[in-house]
Design a protein around this ligand. Structure first.
Ligand SMILES: O=c1[nH]c(=O)c2[nH]c(=O)[nH]c2[nH]1
Length: 284
């Protein structure tokens, strides 16, 4: 039985770069966490320790900072694309580059003062193999809650089912979404805003009989709003809010007092795509 080197890649993670643009006194700021991952003809370093084709991860990190200075950060997507193309074009051994960016939001407080937003994070990943570019945008930790218009009943009842049926519950989640673009060129910031708005609007406006139904409605709304989005993957934790039994205290509980539990939690996941648009290769 032979032993072979399988798929491999390497790069730098958590390259934190903060870029400031100064327009007189009015500054703008982009705060990123960049991860690079290069793959290609890299067997030698694994098999014999020959590093002649290895661009150090330290150089990859330096490239991120130098590119922020040279090209600015127009958007997470544009910055990721620039870097992915650069590594493939400049390194003969590199056949494929993936650059993943997380952007932390800052709200403006003044001309040059900002307040860090909440946990919500914007994401962008650009992948380039010398021919095809793939851009995936996303967000994580967009926390949403409806205090009504959510039911859950009619589900399977087996010998282990204790969950009561409900026609009025709290529905809460922290949206984790990734959407794949058909094009490698767009007004990325405007596109991002519209997708986010579509996700929120669908969550707010859908009368939900399951989080699964809400998931599909959210994905569908995004695809209807943005023709350049090929497909969207959603992962929605079900942040359960359980009505507290107040009867021991002689109190009723007409959907007023809940315990917010954080574990265990349900996870509802799904992809919504377009008929006739082939799914992308591999994981994204
Ligand atoms: O919207 C829901 N979907 C489920 O599949 C599920 N399962 C569960 O226990 N609660 C819920 N809620």
């Amino acid at each position: 039985m032979g032993i072979v080197l399988g798929p491999n890649r390497y790069g730098k993670a958590q390259v934190r770069v903060v870029h400031v643009v100064r327009d007189g006194d009015r500054h703008t700021l982009r705060d990123l966490d960049v991860r690079t991952a290069l793959a290609g003809d890299l067997a030698a370093t694994h098999l014999t320790g020959d590093n002649s084709q290895v661009l150090p991860t330290d150089s990859q990190k330096n490239t991120v900072y130098a590119f922020a200075r040279k090209h600015g950060v127009a958007s997470p997507e544009a910055f990721a694309l620039l870097l992915a193309r650069h590594f493939v074009h400049s390194q003969p051994a590199v056949r494929r580059a993936e650059v993943a960016v997380r952007e932390f939001g800052w709200q403006r407080l003044g001309q040059h003062s900002f307040q860090r937003g909440g946990a919500e994070t914007r994401t962008a990943t650009a992948t380039y193999d010398g021919e095809t570019v793939r851009v995936v945008s996303g967000l994580t930790d967009l926390v949403l809650l409806n205090t009504t218009n959510s039911e859950f009943h009619g589900f399977v009842r087996d010998e282990y089912t204790t969950l009561p049926e409900t026609t009025d519950r709290i529905l809460a989640t922290a949206v984790d979404a990734r959407w794949r673009h058909l094009d490698a060129d767009a007004d990325w910031d405007a596109a991002y805003r519209q997708v986010r708005e579509a996700l929120v609007a669908a969550f707010v406006e859908t009368y939900s009989r399951s989080l699964q139904q809400t998931l599909y409605a959210m994905g569908r709304r995004v695809l209807e709003a943005r023709p350049e989005v090929a497909e969207i993957k959603l992962s929605l934790p079900n942040r359960h809010h359980i009505p507290v039994d107040l009867s021991p205290f002689g109190l009723d509980n007409p959907n007023a007092v809940f315990v917010a539990t954080d574990q265990p939690y349900g996870v509802i996941e799904g992809t919504v795509g377009r008929d006739g648009v082939a799914p992308a290769d591999g994981d994204w």
